[in-house]
Each structure stands twice: as structure tokens, then as C-alpha cells.
Design a protein around this ligand. Structure first.
Ligand SMILES: [Zn+2]
Ligand SMILES: [Zn+2]
Length: 153
């Protein structure tokens, strides 16, 4: 599934202006890698992103894509999503949101909840360190895995 055009446009504009603000050159390759991630709501891993970017930019190397993701993460443009298994998954959704994670196929889906955004964090966490963000992870089995399990019975 893809992110709606308007939202993608918003994410690209926010990325371009954040690059200017943070002094990161918005190179062609960075724009391409970010655009590919921003267009997806599946929280793809680096290899998936590399394969997709390569379809549009055949000259791009795997190394460049991996290094670009590391740079974008370090600069705070993207985040790692909490994958249950396997490779790191990436997230370019800048809005506060939470994740539904399928423990069977690894699907990671965003959902919004104002109630969860306002979650009060226990004082005991503040004792551990500074709190920047909090994200709720809901784990379960997605609809399509449920259907598959029924079929396979
Ligand atoms: Zn699933
Ligand atoms: Zn997400």
C-alpha cells in the first residue's frame, strides 16, 4: 500500500526544508532514498528499499543506500521501526504514531491515537534518563495471517 500523494508531497517538502535547516545536502541520491521510504507505509528494510530505488536509479549501489539510511537516521529524518525479527525496518512517518506488529509475518502498520500520545510516563522512567518520545507497540496477528491460518487448518 502506498502513502497518499498529498501526504508524500508534505513529507518531501518537510524533508527538503529540514535538510536546509540541519545543513545536510539534499543530494539526488538522498532524495531518491528518502522518497522511496516516504512513499511506503510498510516500514521496509534496507534491502527492500535498495531494490526499489534501483528500479528508478540503476546506478545506485547497495552501499550508498545503506549509508544514506544510516545518515538519515543519525540526523533524525527517519527512525528505525521495531521489527520483531530480521533486518532493521525504517520509518519516515514524522507524525506521532504507534505500531501494530504482526508476530507471524512481521507486518508493521502505523495507527494514530491521541489517547496513547498523551500516555503518562511513570516517574521511574524519568529516573532512567531523558524521555524524547514514547511509542506504543501493539503485537498480534494480522487479518491476512489469520485468514491464512484458517485456510491451512
Ligand atoms: Zn501477518
Ligand atoms: Zn511507523
Amino acid at each position: 500500500m502506498a502513502v497518499p500523494d498529498l501526504e508524500l508531497k508534505r513529507r518531501m517538502e518537510a524533508f527538503a526544508s529540514a535538510c536546509r535547516r540541519k545543513g545536510l545536502k539534499a543530494t539526488h541520491q538522498r532524495m531518491e532514498v528518502f522518497a522511496e521510504l516516504a512513499a511506503s507505509d510498510e516500514h521496509p528494510d534496507a534491502e527492500t528499499l535498495y531494490q526499489r530505488v534501483r528500479e528508478r536509479v540503476p546506478a545506485i549501489s547497495r552501499d550508498t543506500v545503506y549509508r544514506t539510511l544510516a545518515t538519515l537516521e543519525r540526523k533524525g529524518f527517519i527512525r528505525r521501526a521495531d521489527a520483531v525479527t530480521g533486518a532493521s525496518r525504517y520509518d519516515a512517518n514524522p507524525r506521532p504514531h504507534h505500531h501494530f506488529i504482526c508476530t507471524s509475518c512481521g507486518l508493521i502498520k502505523d495507527f494514530r491515537s491521541e489517547a496513547l500520545d498523551d500516555l503518562s510516563i511513570p516517574k521511574s522512567v524519568e529516573a532512567l534518563g531523558r524521555i524524547d518520545t514514547a511509542q506504543v507497540q501493539v503485537r498480534g496477528v494480522c487479518k491476512s495471517c489469520q485468514k491464512k491460518a484458517k485456510r491451512d487448518k
